[in-house]
Design a protein around this ligand. Structure first.
Ligand SMILES: Cc1cc2nc3c(=O)[nH]c(=O)nc-3n(C[C@H](O)[C@H](O)[C@H](O)COP(=O)(O)OP(=O)(O)OC[C@H]3O[C@@H](n4cnc5c(N)ncnc54)[C@H](O)[C@@H]3O)c2cc1C
Length: 298
């Protein structure tokens, strides 16, 4: 099918983009990489009367470190993050997750801001942002606000963004020291959305106890979630095999999967537990220096 007719607006500045969205309200949609929005238009699942193309807006595709933070402009392509030198050593979770987003062609166009705003419950970026204390900078006619990604995500394809607001930047905190992390997922084929995905990060003290634990899951409910009780079980303890078993079992209460043609709710619960256990073992091995992350050069 072809999309229904729409007016196309190509602002050159953020102010113009926000003004265009403000003028048309619910009728307008921002267009970033188009990798989610254009299929929705083609299937007529979305029918905005105005498309506000962000691709000509200057200053939205920056990407770089700021101390222990990674600062990502909303229009930075997912592939640009994937190709950051040394990413796999600095934050294996991030390198591994981004490499599992669709295919290279999709990551070449798809943006980080677009993925967060789209809020697919099986998308990797929302889970990464939850694990790495992500905060979005959001700009609208009423000014600029900082929104923790925990407060941005609401439900299936739903965020707390107003129709006339744009994400302009995502800031992630990359913990240093004795830290290990990974992102593992199960998908039917390479490039498919995850049936279930798990991000795990463990930071260890000098005596080997867990100082910091992060567990995030996708494909297991209406939005990406953190398994907070499992994290609490880990923190302050030595990461023994038994404790990792216990933490993996505890993710069950953080998730609310439903059944679909890819798997039943019960199957997803089982996969979530198995993947969490594997992810924790890898994060532990990396934190203890027994295993290296990917080299980050795709
Ligand atoms: C075949 C295929 C496989 C895919 N597989 C995966 C996968 O495995 N994992 C995954 O995570 N994704 C996957 N994707 C989606 C892809 O990652 C998209 O790039 C991403 O979801 C949306 O980014 P975009 O820049 O293309 O946004 P667009 O499609 O342009 O926009 C998506 C939505 O976000 C809004 N939006 C965009 N930018 C902003 C902004 N800065 N502020 C506010 N709102 C904004 C738009 O108005 C629209 O509602 C896949 C896509 C395809 C086509």
């Amino acid at each position: 099918m072809k999309p229904p007719p729409f007016e196309y607006v190509a602002p050159a500045s953020l102010e113009e983009a926000v003004a265009a969205l403000g003028e048309h309200g619910d009728e307008a949609k921002a267009l970033a990489g188009g990798q989610s929005l254009v299929p929705l238009l083609a299937f007529r699942l979305a029918a905005p009367s105005v498309l506000v193309d962000l691709n000509g807006v200057a200053g939205l595709d920056h990407l770089g470190a700021d101390g222990d933070r990674l600062v990502i402009g909303a229009l930075a392509r997912q592939r640009a993050v994937e190709r950051l030198p040394g990413l796999g050593r600095r934050c294996p979770m991030l390198a591994e997750a981004v490499a599992q987003v669709g295919h290279v062609a999709i990551r070449n166009r798809g943006t980080v801001g677009g993925s967060l705003a789209h809020a697919d419950p099986a998308a990797e970026w929302p889970a990464l942002a939850l694990a790495l204390d992500g905060e979005c900078q959001v700009v609208g006619p009423r000014g600029t606000r900082t929104v923790p990604v925990e407060d941005l995500l609401v439900s299936y394809f739903t965020t707390t963004l107003e129709p006339d607001e744009l994400i302009t930047e995502l800031r992630l905190t990359l913990p240093g020291g004795r830290v290990g992390s990974t992102f593992v997922e199960l998908a039917r084929r390479h490039g498919d959305f995850a049936i279930v995905g798990v991000g795990a990060l463990l930071g260890l003290t000098s005596d080997g106890s867990v100082a910091l634990a992060r567990l995030t899951l996708i494909g297991v409910g209406e939005r990406a979630v953190r398994a907070r009780r499992a994290e609490t079980l880990l923190e302050g303890e030595r990461p023994s095999d038994e404790l990792l078993d216990e933490a993996a079992a505890a993710v069950d209460e953080a998730i609310s999967p439903t059944s679909d043609l890819h798997g039943s709710a019960g199957y997803r619960r089982q996969v979530a537990r198995v993947l969490t256990r594997r992810a924790l073992a890898t994060a532990r091995a990396r934190a203890e220096g027994k295993e290296e992350g990917p080299d980050g050069q795709a």
